[in-house]
Design a protein around this ligand. Structure first.
Ligand code: NAD
Ligand code: DAU
Length: 345
């Protein structure tokens, strides 16, 4: 297959590209805007004969139309992905999540029509469990209502609505994945696990929001990437698929303890800071629909976290480069006042 992978220089997208090249004969065009989160280093070791990186925006209609002609499928990972940044500045979330998804869908529809009826042209929208909003009990199933809480998750929900509309109205062959909280190598250090690993390595404070009892179902990035591949290959058009973690929910406090234990650092680094507004207390997914396609999470959290901590220990040059540029500015805006008013956790 020839695939256009948008956002393929980011954390999950680059893992998808790496694993897809290893497991198939596919060739891949990556379209990535290379925002602060996109990193060509994530693709640097891959075979240039099978993967090509194009720097550009998914909201650029002519560019997207041109690239859509080269491929048989589009997998859209491109998004602004950090909830806290969406609270500081939502604009880019909506531009990419709504206008960008619209351009991609139009490109896919136009190319499918150009090739004629009967041609297979698949679109996979990589979405998130955050579209369900907080789940006080039980597990979200794909047909549950969606009630996003943050500008980030609202933009992701809007993207899903567009995908569904293009499927219903024009019969576009499209699926949606809703992944759980993902962790692993090459994740931007703005997110909880890599932030706490890298801060702890630096003996800097770990800013734990509120009481730290928010619960997440953690999913290793290799498992997430493989799930997207299974949906691309075997998903039923028109359906969404939850991608759950290992099924065990963990409060942020427990994740923090595990990171500190592995690094041999003290709990006194952890600071209780004012909470994220609109913070979803708990997510939990029912993953049975995707398991019926033959996928299951393979990486247990303890082993995955240990390997992730080791990766950050061994790849300090990678994350030091990422924690530069506008990082200090962002860090001050997000954490300056929070840490000033912080207390022991
Ligand atoms: P990331 O921030 O690491 O990567 C996003 C990539 O998209 C970056 O390379 C960035 O440069 C690129 N990008 C942003 N705007 C673009 C635009 N307008 N045009 C082209 N490229 C653009 O994010 P991630 O964690 O790898 O997430 C990838 C996808 O998976 C996102 O759609 C996200 O919503 C979804 N998701 C993430 C998680 C998670 O826990 N990280 C869980 C579920 C779903
Ligand atoms: O659930 C899927 C989502 O997971 C994805 O759609 C998002 O792209 C991804 O960023 C992630 O969202 P979260 O908001 O859950 O991830 P984050 O790493 O930002 O936060 C995880 C938990 O840790 C959450 O409860 C907030 C808390 N947290 C986070 C940070 C950055 C803290 O307590 N302190 C922090 O400094």
């Amino acid at each position: 297959m020839r695939i256009l992978v948008t956002g393929g220089a980011g954390f999950i997208g680059s893992t998808f590209v790496r694993r897809r090249l290893a497991a198939t004969q596919d060739t891949i065009v990556v379209l990535d805007k290379l925002t602060y989160a996109g990193n060509p280093a994530n693709l640097a070791d891959l075979d240039p004969g099978r993967v090509r990186l194009v720097r550009g925006d998914i909201a650029d209609g002519p560019l997207v139309d041109e690239l859509a002609r080269e491929v048989d499928a589009i997998v859209n990972f491109a998004a602004e992905s950090h909830v806290d940044r969406s609270i500081l500045d939502p604009d880019a979330f909506l531009r990419t999540g709504v206008l960008g998804v619209h351009r991609l869908l139009e490109a896919a529809r136009t190319e499918r029509d150009r090739r004629g009826t009967g041609s297979r042209y698949r679109f996979v929208q990589v979405s998130t469990d955050e579209v369900y909003g907080p789940v006080p009990e039980g597990r979200s199933r794909e047909d549950d209502p969606i009630r996003p809480s943050s500008p980030y998750s609202a933009a992701k929900a809007a993207g899903e609505h567009l995908v569904r509309a293009w499927h219903e109205t024009w019969g576009l062959d499209a699926c949606i994945t809703r992944g759980a909280n993902t962790y692993g190598p090459r994740q931007h250090p703005e997110k909880l696990i890599p932030l706490f690993i890298t801060n702890a390595i630096l003996d800097a404070p770990l800013p734990l929001y509120g009481d730290g009892m928010q619960r997440r179902d953690w999913l290793h990035v290799d498992d997430h990437a493989d799930a997207v591949g299974v949906v691309l290959d075997r998903g039923v058009s028109g359906l969404a698929y939850n991608v759950s973690g290992d099924g065990e929910e963990r409060p942020n406090r427990a994740v923090t303890e595990a990171i500190l234990a592995q690094l041999g650092k003290p709990w006194s680094l952890v600071r209780s800071v004012p909470d994220r507004p609109g913070h979803d207390r708990r997510y939990a997914l029912d993953g049975s629909r995707l398991r019926a396609l033959g996928w299951e999470a393979r990486v247990p959290f303890a082993a995955g976290l240990a390997a992730t901590v080791d990766w950050y220990r061994e790849n300090a040059a990678w994350w030091q480069a990422v924690r530069s540029g506008d990082w200090d500015d962002y860090y001050r805006r997000q954490y300056g006042w929070r840490l000033e008013g912080s207390a022991p956790a």
